[in-house]
Ligand binder design. Sequence first.
Ligand code: PRX
Length: 651
Amino acid sequence: MTEATIEAYYLEDRTFPPPDDFRKQALASDDSLYKEAEADWQGFWAHQARELLTWFDDFESVLEWDLPFAKWFQDGTLNVSYNCVDRHVEAGRGDKVAYYWEGEPGDTREVTYADLLDEVSRFANVLKSLGVQRGDRVAIYMPMIPELPVAMLACARIGAPHSVVFGGFSADALRGRIIDAEAKVLITADGGWRRGAAVPLKVNADDALEGTETIEHVVVVRRTEEDVPFTEGRDRWWHELMQEADADCAPERMGAEDLLYLLYTSGTTAKPKGIMHTTGGYLTHVAFTHKYVFDLHPDTDVYWCAADIGWVTGHSYIVYGPLANGATSVIYEGSPDTPGKDRLWAIAEKYGVTILYTAPTAIRTFMKWGTEFPESHDLSKLRLLGSVGEPINPEAWVWYWQHIGGGRCPVVDTWWQTETGGIMISPLPGVTTLKPGSATFPLPAIGAEVVDDNGNKVERGGGYLTLTRPWPGMLRGIYGDPERYKETYWSRFEGRYFAGDGCKIDDDGYFWLLGRVDDVMNISGHRVSTTEVESSLVDDSRVAEAAVVGAKDETTGQAIIAYVTVRGNVEATDGLGEELRESVAKKIGKFGRPKTIIFTDDLPKTRSGKIMRRLLKDVAEGRDLGDTTTLADPAVVDEIKRRAEQSPQED
Ligand code: PRX
């Protein structure tokens, strides 16, 4: 991010203290949580773990820290599905709605905690009947339907780690993840609804399974009711298995450090990383942050995180955090513009949503669509808004605050990552004075500092964001690759976790997250690796070389721009560009498709042969690049040459 953009952030210099009536009812309205955590941060987490969760066996050990390997609450035992479901039913809250679910076509379901207990237990028995045992990995590739959290919780119930793969990923992406996790069972659906069309999940899943060897059974939920291929013996219908299954299944006593799930995320190489999250610490972290960052009053709030469960935001803040806290949530299956651009606001009105958590890219899209859509619905029940996934520009923040929140709801901008498991830097809405565009301060017990290139702490000014202490939701490693874990996160600055984000601390000590500083792009809040896109481009035999950059984009935050050189006898045509864009979409998923492909004869390189990405990014950002056009534009090529000649050789 350029200095100019950083400066632009400061143009919005209004501050927003918590409104009085919000503060009065808030769970946290002064600095006592921060003080308690500062006095004894490990004791603070132990306190939260005991207060927020139910343990089968209490723990004695709070933290074993052998940098970079952490063990939290090691000798404690618990079960995540018991904490998310059973204990609420046992406490007499079985009739409480866990999820108001709405399908894109308009069908609805209300799932109570008692319903969840019944379905989770049955499905846990189904998994057992299919041979899934404690420790076996289960892959999940599903639309946003209630069976998705049921499947995850059933895995947790029997101690089988799940690996959810977002339904927008391609068959190739799913295959790679199944192979890496050596998953035994795959749970999917015939399809899901998106913009009025059925996403062919089962067809993709079948394609993905070609070339995998570990999957013994595929369980298929009937959702779109379209005909799908079915492999006798291997494939089983969810509804048939559920009918036969027993509704009683005792939750396994899991160790706090047992693996709860894997979630694959893009890094700086072409191979996605299987991020490992475990049981007790993770659940403590997401329950704590969900409760205090969203100021959750479980008896009166209707909470809606409008992310997809396939990403970490959905794991932590649609499934595990809210259910651990006994919340009532909304889940919506489809697209925000189907049938009309007011769909989200119609849902918020219908269910009386009080807390809404979404992404800056969505907010910018709503801004583009216009205020008439939210204005046509009664959003007066909203009392708190949240943002996640990328830096939120002050303009979008203020628009969200004004037009969705009616100028009365605090906006919590929450910084975190797949790796952190839960929110790390964020306001507490009854405590923190907000600055639009700033995630404000590290949460209680979280250690976060900005350092310069040499790892020296920066008190005020810009640098790299690092985390200075272990935290309970932290990743425990990369599946099957402890070396990569050390190398990626713990080697850049000694004793510190390197987040990969730039950050600036202002004169008042506020944190301003500035985007990635590595080869990871953030497209509409989705992490995509430049290397992954490049390697799928050069897979095509007509491509000699490719360089991919994330260029600033008004709506999606960043857009993928690919510079491609073709082999000698190949002609660079618009048709070839289209084919290449499609082939990346097929290999990664539609969100990984380059917005623009620019053909050039040469890629600018330093003397040591490194591609000058910064230069390519500047060139892309300096012009209005089309959405589908592929260019062999002489002006671009000339500019690259000219700039490369002028630029210093920074080997
Ligand atoms: O660059 C940061 C950005 O998203 C990255 C993490 O992406 P992912 O693992 O996919 O998780 C997204 C949802 C937690 C971070 O390294 N990011 C996330 N939230 C923010 C953010 N950047 C600025 N402000 C945020 N609130």
